[in-house]
Design a protein around this ligand. Structure first.
Ligand SMILES: C[S@@+](CC[C@H](N)C(=O)[O-])C[C@H]1O[C@@H](n2cnc3c(N)ncnc32)[C@H](O)[C@@H]1O
Ligand SMILES: [Zn+2]
Length: 952
C-alpha cells in the first residue's frame, strides 16, 4: 500500500516497541544468561530445542504491551534489568559501561554488574500493580491477553504468566506441551512437590534396584557408572573379527598428550585393555580403524568401504562390546578398568532376560520415522528399540514398570490434579534418562563421561558410545531426580504470590497453531518465536522422548499420546523427508512450500484471533534469506502491517559454516499490527521506485552496527540490516516489477545484502575491487562476509549473482569451490594449481584435475594468477617467483596487487594460503609488487568457546 494519511489516523495507540527501545542493553543481558550455569530454570527441567533468552522475551512482551511514552529506564526497570538503587545516568549507559569493563572485573558477573540476572527477579507486588494499571490504560481498561501459538519449551508464556497477564500457550508437539503443563500449570497452581515426588522416586528406585542391579556388577564394592562401548565386525576378506572405532580415547587430557584410552588386542579373541597413556606409550589412541566411514582391518589391511560397512550393519552383522568401565571411585589407583568375565556374563544375562520376556522382547518394536538428517537409520537403527543395547532397554523398561506399579497408589493418595502433576514429573525424570543412555549417546573423549544423544539436534551415529548405570553415578535416576526437582522448585519460587491462584488466566493448548480453539478477536497481543525453515525438525528428534513418554502417560492423556509418533504433517518446518519424491517440483522446493503454507496458516490464525489494533511481535533468528523470505511473505499475506523492527544483538559472534550452526546470535524483533479497519489492499508499488530506498535503509543500519562497540560477525551485520529493509518493503507492499509480476521480500533482502557488502568493502578493504574480475571478486567477498571456508551454498550463490557470476556455471572449469550437502567450500591454491616442480619433471599424473597451470603466461581469472604465484613461491622460492612475476609483467598489473592485498585482508590467518600471501607481499617479491603491508598488523583471532543454548 502506498502512503496514506487516513491510515495513519486509523492506527491504534502506539506501543513502546514501535519507537526506540534499549536493545543494546537487552542484548548484553541475553548473552549473560545464555551460559549454562546462568540459564533460567524453566529450560533446565527438560530438554527442548532452540529456546530464546528470557530477557529478550521480557522485552518482546512488555514493550508490545506498554505505551510509547514509557521511558527506556522505566521499561528496563519493569524488566528487572539494572541495579535496584538510583544511579546517575541511564540504565543502558550503566550496563554498557559494566560490559566494557567486565573482563577486568573482580568477582562474578552478577557482582560486577551489581544486580541479579533478570530472570531471577520480579517487580514487587505494588510495582506489578502499577505496571498493570499503565497497561490497562493502553488497552481500553483491561489487561491484554498474550498468545504464543508455537510455545516450544514455554519461555514466552512463562514470562507472560509471571507478570500476571492472561496467557494462552499453544504448541504442536506433545513433549513440549507437557513442559508447558509443568511450568505454567503445576508449578504455578500446585507448587512445591519435592517431598511428595521423592517419596515415589525412592520407591521406584528400590524396586528397580532389586530388579536389575545384578546386571551391573560392582568391583570390590565400588559401583560402575559408565560403560564405554564400541562396535566390531568380521573382515569380509580374512574373516577375522576386528573393532570399529574412529579413535580410542575416552578421557584425553586436554593439556598434555596423556589420558585414558582403550587398546584393542588381537589374541585368540578380540579383547580390549584400558591403558593410561603417556609419552612412552607406543600406541596412538587417535588412530582408529574407521576413517571417513571406511574401516581398515588391522589383521589383513583390507579396507571395507562405507557402503559395505553400512550393509553389514543393516544385516545385523556386528557386535557392540564393552571396552572400558568407569567406576564411581578409584580401584587400584584408577577409576577406569577393563571389563572382566563377570561383566560379560552380566551383559549376556541381560540379553537373555530381554529375549525370554514376552513384554520386553516386543517393547518398542516399532518402526522409527527416519528423517532427512538422520544418520542412525542407515546403520540399521530402524526401530525404536534398536536405539538401545539389550541392557539399556532393560534398564529403561524396569523404571517404566516400577512407575506403573506405583501409579494406582499415587492416584489413590492425592487429588486428581496433584496426582497428575506427580505422575508427569516422574515421567520427566524417567524419560530424561533416555538421552544419556542409548546407542547414540556420545562419549566426551576429553572428559570421561557420556553426553546427550540429541546435542546436535539430530540422530548421529556414534562409533563408540556410552552406557550409563542408572543406579549409580552422574547420569543415574537419582541424579535426574535431583535435577528435575531442583529446577522445578526454582520455577515454583519464580511466581509471585499474586499470580499463583486462578486456573483461568493461563490456558495451555496442544495442537496446530494454524487452527486454534479461540474465538475471533479474543486476544490483544501475540508474541511468537516461530520455527525457522529446516533449522531444527522438532518432531523428529522429540520422538526419542515421545515414544517413552507415551508408554508412561498414554492412559493419563490419551488424546495427546494417541499416535505412535509425533505429528509431522502439521509441523511448520521445511522437512524434505516429508515430501514425496514423485511430486513435480523438487523435494526441497516442496518442503519450502509446505513450510510457507504452514507459517501462513499460523499467521492468518493469529490475525483472526487478534482484535483489530492488536499487536504481534515475531522473533527472527536465522541466517538464511530463504527462511526470512518465507516468513515475511506469510506475515504480509495474512494482512498484517509491519510497524517496527529491532535488532537485538548479542556480542558473542558464532561463526556460521560450523556444522549445524545456522541460527544467528542476532535476533530481530518484528512488530506488526492488525489494522483497525480492514484494508482493501493498496495500489502496487513499482520495485524500481523503492529499490534505492531499501539499499539506503540497509546501508544506514549496517554503518550504525559497525560503529557500535558490539562485536558482531559480518553475517550478523547483514541480518541486522534486514530489519529496516523489510520495513521499507512491507510499507510499500504489494510490490511489482515492470511486467506487473509480484516481487518477493527475498529481492529486497538480496538488495540489502549487496548494500551491506558494499559498506563492508568500503570499510574493510584498503582498495576497491574495481579492476578485479567478477569471479575473483566473488571469491574475495565470500571470505570477507563469511569469514570461513564453509558457506551456506545458497547464500554464496546469491552473492555471486550480485557481482555477476553464476557460480554453478564456473564450478567445473575453475574448481574454486566444492560442495558438501548444503554447504559450499572455498578452495585454496593447493587444490587448484598443478605443482610447478611436478610439471618440470614432466609428470602427467592427474593433469586434468588442476585447472590452473603455473607455467602459463596468462590466466583466465585474477585469482588464478595469484594462486599460481603462491604455488611458485612455495615450490620454487622467492628468487624464482620474482622472475616468474616479471616474465608475466604482474608487478605492473593493478588487478594483481589489489587481489593479493584484498586476499590478505580476508583470508583467515590459519588458512594455508595466508602465510604464502604474506610472503608474496613482503620480501623481494613484495618490493617488486610494491605492496605496502602496514595494514597486516591484525590482532590474532581469539578462540571462542561457550556452552550454547542447544545443550539444554
Ligand atoms: C523456535 S521453537 C519455540 C521455542 C520457544 N520459544 C522456547 O523458548 O522454548 C518453535 C516451536 O514451534 C513448534 N511448532 C512447529 N509447528 C507448529 C505448529 N503447526 N503449531 C504449533 N507449534 C508448532 C515446534 O514444535 C517448536 O517447539
Ligand atoms: Zn581382514
Amino acid at each position: 500500500m502506498s502512503q496514506d494519511n487516513s491510515e495513519q489516523e486509523d492506527r491504534a495507540k502506539p506501543l513502546k516497541i514501535e519507537g526506540p527501545i534499549p536493545s543494546t542493553a537487552v542484548g548484553i543481558e541475553s548473552i549473560k544468561e545464555s551460559y549454562s550455569e546462568t540459564m533460567s530454570p524453566h529450560r533446565r527441567i527438560f530438554k527442548w530445542f532452540a529456546r530464546r533468552p528470557t530477557t529478550t522475551t521480557r522485552l518482546a512482551i512488555l514493550a508490545s504491551l506498554l505505551p510509547e511514552d514509557i521511558t527506556d529506564d522505566e521499561l528496563l526497570t519493569s524488566m528487572c534489568v539494572g541495579p535496584k538503587e538510583e544511579i546517575d545516568g541511564s540504565i543502558e549507559d550503566y550496563i554498557l559501561a559494566k560490559e566494557a569493563t567486565k573482563n577486568n572485573r573482580e568477582g562474578t558477573i552478577e557482582e560486577h554488574f551489581g544486580y541479579e540476572y533478570a530472570h531471577k527477579r520480579m517487580p514487587s507486588e505494588s510495582e506489578l500493580e502499577e505496571l498493570h494499571k499503565i497497561i490497562e490504560d493502553q488497552w481500553n481498561g483491561d489487561l491484554p491477553t498474550v498468545l504464543d501459538p508455537t510455545a516450544g519449551g514455554g519461555t514466552i508464556p512463562f514470562k507472560s504468566a509471571r507478570y500476571g497477564f492472561p496467557t494462552v500457550s499453544n504448541e504442536l508437539n506433545p513433549v513440549a506441551w507437557l513442559l508447558n503443563k509443568v511450568i505454567l500449570e503445576y508449578a504455578r497452581e500446585i507448587g512445591s512437590l519435592e517431598s511428595e515426588v521423592r517419596k515415589w522416586t525412592s520407591k521406584i528406585e528400590s524396586q528397580v534396584q532389586s530388579d536389575i542391579s545384578e546386571f551391573f556388577p560392582d568391583r570390590n564394592g565400588v559401583q560402575p557408572n559408565y560403560y564405554f562401548r564400541t562396535y566390531s565386525t568380521r573382515c569380509p576378506s580374512c574373516g577375522e573379527k576386528f573393532p570399529l572405532s574412529d579413535q580410542w580415547w575416552f578421557n584425553k587430557d586436554s593439556r598434555g598428550g596423556g589420558g585414558y584410552a582403550v587398546k584393542p588386542e588381537y589374541g585368540e579373541d578380540l579383547t580390549y585393555r584400558v591403558i593410561e597413556v603417556d609419552d612412552s606409550t607406543d600406541f596412538n589412541p587417535s588412530d582408529g580403524t574407521v576413517d571417513g566411514g571406511d574401516a581398515e582391518c588391522p589383521h589383513c589391511g583390507v579396507v571395507t568401504e562405507r557402503e559395505d560397512l553400512v550393509t553389514k550393519f543393516k544385516q545385523g552383522d556386528f557386535d557392540f562390546e564393552v571396552c572400558a568401565i568407569k567406576y564411581s571411585d578409584k580401584i587400584d589407583g584408577s577409576k577406569y578398568h577393563s571389563p572382566t568375565p563377570e561383566d560379560f556374563n552380566a551383559i549376556e544375562a541381560a540379553e537373555e532376560r530381554i529375549e525370554n520376556d514376552l513384554e520386553l522382547s516386543t517393547l518398542l518394536r516399532e518402526d522409527r520415522y527416519i528423517g532427512y538428517y538422520d544418520r542412525a537409520g542407515p546403520y540399521g537403527i530402524t526401530q525404536w528399540r534398536d536405539l538401545f543395547t539389550p541392557r539399556q532397554l532393560l534398564s529403561h523398561a524396569s523404571f517404566l514398570q516400577a512407575f506403573h506399579d506405583v501409579k494406582d497408589e499415587i492416584r489413590a493418595e492425592y487429588d486428581e490434579s496433584t496426582a497428575e502433576a506427580i505422575l508427569v514429573l516422574l515421567t520427566l525424570i524417567g524419560s530424561r534418562q533416555i538421552n544419556h543412555n542409548s546407542r547414540l549417546t556420545p562419549i566426551r573423549a576429553n572428559r570421561g563421561f557420556v553426553d546427550n544423544m540429541l546435542g546436535n539436534n539430530n540422530f548421529s551415529f556414534q562409533w563408540h558410545f556410552g552406557e550409563s548405570n542408572m543406579l549409580a553415578g552422574g547420569k543415574s535416576y537419582e541424579s535426574w531426580t535431583d535435577n528435575v526437582l531442583k529446577y522445578y522448585e526454582e520455577v515454583v519460587s519464580y511466581y509471585p504470590d499474586s499470580v499463583k491462584q486462578g486456573d483461568d488466566f493461563v490456558t495451555i493448548y496442544q495442537g496446530d497453531g494454524g487452527d486454534l480453539p479461540l474465538d475471533d478477536e479474543e486476544v490483544q497481543a501475540v508474541v511468537i518465536d516461530p520455527p525457522y525453515g529446516d533449522n531444527i525438525i522438532y518432531s523428529e528428534i522429540a520422538d526419542a522422548f515421545y515414544v517413552w513418554q507415551r508408554q508412561y502417560l498414554n492412559d493419563i492423556f490419551p488424546d495427546k499420546f494417541d499416535t505412535s509418533e509425533t505429528n509431522k504433517e502439521d509441523e511448520a518446518v521445511e522437512n524434505p523427508a516429508l515430501e514425496d519424491s514423485d511430486k513435480t517440483s523438487s523435494t526441497s522446493e516442496s518442503a519450502r512450500e509446505h513450510y510457507e503454507n504452514k507459517m501462513r496458516s499460523i499467521f492468518s490464525e493469529a490475525y483472526r484471533v487478534l482484535e483489530p489494533g492488536g499487536a504481534i511481535t515475531i522473533y527472527f533468528t536465522d541466517k538464511e534469506i530463504g527462511a526470512w523470505d518465507s516468513l515475511t511473505m506469510s506475515i504480509m499475506d495474512s494482512g498484517f502491517t509491519i510497524t517496527a523492527t529491532h535488532t537485538v544483538s548479542s556480542e558473542t559472534p558464532s561463526r556460521i559454516g560450523v556444522q549445524g550452526q545456522s541460527s544467528a546470535d542476532t535476533s530481530l524483533l518484528l512488530t506488526c499490527r492488525k489494522p483497525l479497519t480492514s484494508d482493501e489492499g493498496g495500489e502496487p508499488t513499482l520495485w524500481s521506485d523503492i529499490r534505492d530506498q531499501t539499499r539506503t535503509a540497509a546501508r544506514q543500519k549496517a554503518s550504525e552496527l559497525l560503529d557500535s562497540d558490539i562485536n558482531l560477525t559480518k553475517t550478523d551485520v547483514i541480518i541486522g540490516a534486514f530489519g529496516p529493509t523489510l520495513r521499507v518493503f512491507t510499507e510499500e507492499y504489494p510490490v511489482v516489477d515492470m511486467h506487473d509480476n509480484p516481487v518477493r521480500p527475498k529481492q529486497a533482502l538480496e538488495e540489502a545484502r549487496a548494500a551491506v557488502t558494499e559498506v563492508l568493502i568500503e570499510r574493510e578493504l584498503e582498495d576497491s575491487l574495481d579492476e578485479v574480475d567478477a569471479l575473483s571478486r566473488w571469491y574475495i567477498l565470500s571470505w570477507l562476509v563469511y569469514e570461513a571456508e564453509s558457506i551456506p551454498y545458497d547464500e554464496a550463490r546469491q552473492l555471486g549473482i550480485g557481482v555477476g557470476v553464476h557460480i554453478d556455471e564456473i564450478k567445473q572449469e575453475t574448481k574454486i569451490w566444492g560442495k558438501s550437502r548444503d554447504t559450499l567450500v572455498l578452495k585454496g591454491h593447493d587444490y587448484r594449481v598443478r605443482d610447478y616442480t611436478a610439471l618440470e619433471a614432466g609428470e602427467k599424473r592427474r593433469e586434468r584435475a588442476y585447472p590452473v597451470n603455473p607455467q602459463d603466461t596468462s590466466f583466465d581469472y585474477n585469482i588464478d594468477a595469484v594462486h599460481a604465484a603462491l604455488n611458485v613461491l612455495e615450490t620454487k622460492g622467492g628468487d624464482f617467483a620474482w622472475n616468474w612475476l616479471k616474465e608475466r609483467d604482474l608487478q605492473n598489473a593493478t588487478w594483481f596487487t589489489k587481489t593479493v592485498k584484498s586476499l590478505l585482508q580476508v583470508v583467515p590467518q590459519d588458512h594455508p594460503d595466508y602465510d604464502l600471501l604474506v610472503n608474496l607481499a613482503s620480501g623481494e617479491t613484495g618490493q617488486l609488487l610494491d605492496i605496502n603491508t602496514d595494514f597486516l598488523s591484525r590482532e590474532p583471532e581469539e578462540e571462542q568457546t561457550r556452552t550454547t543454548l542447544q545443550d539444554f
